[in-house]
Design a binder for this molecule. Structure first.
Ligand code: PEP
Ligand code: MN
Length: 301
């Protein structure tokens, strides 16, 4: 009896901001499809249940030297996926003189480092016009939170048939995020990974902490969808000393992967220098993550 009432409530007759049964049936059938999903990026990397791949690297591909240094360290640490953006949206238009996007030059460095180390590459796509260049190097396209609902960009990224990480906008509901995901899936590309990266909230518990990692979103997503859900505690907290604990909480909450921002000298990072982990802190995160993953029969890779 109770259950019936619940189902009745979950109808568009009484629309809510949450996901209704009608939504699942008519608006987001693909993203909520009930089947086991493995996202195979390439022969070396896949996202599937039981595994927790870690994606790590600096915010921007600042220089050839930086990206080689980070990549070599990651390779030695057993990490398989390097992140770094050559094209990079910033919240405010006044870029510091030191921080200009490295664009095609940055992509060339990523290409070189990929050939040298065999690491797979994640990089952000900000505009359709950059797609050809990005696709000749990247294994995974990142759609940043600010572009979550840029539907033309989503469509063109989907058409490349590359694996896509779709980050949730910090003000978007899961319903809206699933709608954006559906735009990708409808193009026939199901190599899709969803990323929780923090939300706006009246309280973030530190002046410098811009967002709040929505752990509950990880659990809620895993209840509704079978696509991999990864967590980015770096962009959520904006505060390196919290990143490890939030990463561990994400693993315990059932995430299928992590994005961790890192830099050999965090204080010298050209953007968000409070956010990246240094090498030593990253190694600690890795050791602890492996322990927590083991406790729930998963494997960090
Ligand atoms: C990033 O990954 O560097 C980034 C800016 O992420 P987000 O879009 O989540 O802010
Ligand atoms: Mn960043």
């Amino acid at each position: 009896m109770k259950k019936k009432l619940f189902v009745n409530k979950l109808s568009n007759k009484n629309p809510t901001k949450d996901i209704t049964l009608d939504d699942i049936k008519y608006k987001i059938p693909r993203i909520t499809e009930k089947k086991k999903i493995t996202v195979k990026v390439n022969d070396k990397v896949s996202f599937s249940s039981g595994k927790i791949p870690i994606i790590a690297g600096p915010n921007g591909v600042e220089s050839r030297e930086l990206i080689f240094k980070v990549a070599k360290f990651l390779k030695k640490s057993g990490i398989k996926i390097l992140r770094g953006h050559a094209y990079k949206p910033l919240t405010f238009p006044y870029r510091s003189k030191q921080y200009l996007e490295t664009m095609d030059k940055g992509m060339d460095w990523l290409d070189e480092v990929k050939r040298h180390t065999g690491l797979s590459i994640v990089t952000e796509v900000t505009e359709i016009k950059h797609l050809d260049r990005i696709c000749s190097t990247a294994d995974i396209l990142q759609i940043g939170s600010r572009n979550m609902a840029n539907l033309e960009l989503l469509k063109e990224c989907a058409k490349t048939n590359k694996t896509i990480i779709l980050k949730r906008h910090y003000g978007a509901s899961l319903r809206d995020m699933f709608g954006a995901a559906e735009h990708i899936l409808i193009e026939g590309n199901s190599k899709l990974i969803l990323c929780e990266r923090g939300i706006t909230s009246p309280h973030t518990h530190r002046e410098t902490s811009r967002f709040l990692l929505d752990i509950q979103a990880i659990v809620a997503m895993k209840e509704i969808i079978n696509f991999p859900v990864i967590s980015d505690p770096s962009h959520a907290s904006f505060w390196a000393p919290w990143v490890t604990d939030l990463a561990l909480a994400s693993i315990a909450s059932g995430c299928d992967g992590l994005i961790i921002e890192m830099h050999p000298k965090p204080e010298q990072s050209l953007v968000d220098p409070l956010q990246p982990l240094g090498f030593r802190k990253f190694s600690e995160l890795l050791i602890k993550s492996k322990k927590v993953a083991r406790a729930i029969d998963k494997k960090v890779c």
